[in-house]
Design a protein around this ligand. Sequence first.
Ligand SMILES: O=C(O)C(=O)Cc1ccccc1
Length: 274
Amino acid sequence: MKIGYLGPKGTFSEEAVIKYTQGVENCEVVEFNTIPEVINCISNSLCEEAVIPIENSIEGSVNIAVDMLINDANGIMIKGEVIIPISHCLISDAPVEFKDVHCILSHQQAIAQCREYISKKFPNAEVKATDSTAQAVLGVKSKPGVVAIGPERAAVIYGMRIIDRNIQDVKENYTRFLILSQKDWVVTGKDKTSIVFSVPNVPGSLYNALGVLANKKINMTKIESRPSRKKLGEYVFWVDIEGHREDEIVKDALEELKGRTDFLKVLGSYPKFK
Ligand SMILES: O=C(O)C(=O)Cc1ccccc1
């Protein structure tokens, strides 16, 4: 089985893939350069599964991933989730003093998770976004004064130096990754279901929709709104609930929700990460 992820080797996404595939045989991992390419590897059948970062405890959602799953990813379902701790290092090719650092490279999520550190230690450095943290680590090769923010593992793989460790603004830092496929997962009894929907622009419509869950005592573990991209001030809601879409109570709730929403898409049911 082929599993797509955001490469090159050494990204946090690769760490998530390693955690996900522990004990699973016959997996071949396939690197892609950007998150959209990783998501598209399912629709164009390059891979059977894909692992993408979806939300971080400091920075919140990875908007590109959320928006593609809401708007573009027809035929893609969520079949699992993995959560990993994230510790960022400051990485360079050769020894460097902080005062000589003039450019910082990293993935936009990593930059955001280290925003206070960057502005305190390097108020004048240029900050450049790369497609992944490992790409940033590759980018410091033979570049005096250029540093990357990324995983220790990437520094080790590419033979770079670690200048500082654990530099994220909140030390306890976690990212949740989703496992995508053409099908979601079977009932396990400890499941979650992700849905997205929009409601009519009338008083109480969101309250009405969420009331279905409240009435059936279905616990909600996440709610997020994203722009509908059709009109300013119009939103689509992403809601995670406990239970599997094939559980009787969830099935009934989804049926009822159809009547109280303009648009409803079930992204998949999958076992909760332990
Ligand atoms: O670039 C990476 O290493 C990724 O996998 C994306 C990312 C970046 C920062 C925190 C978590 C995931």
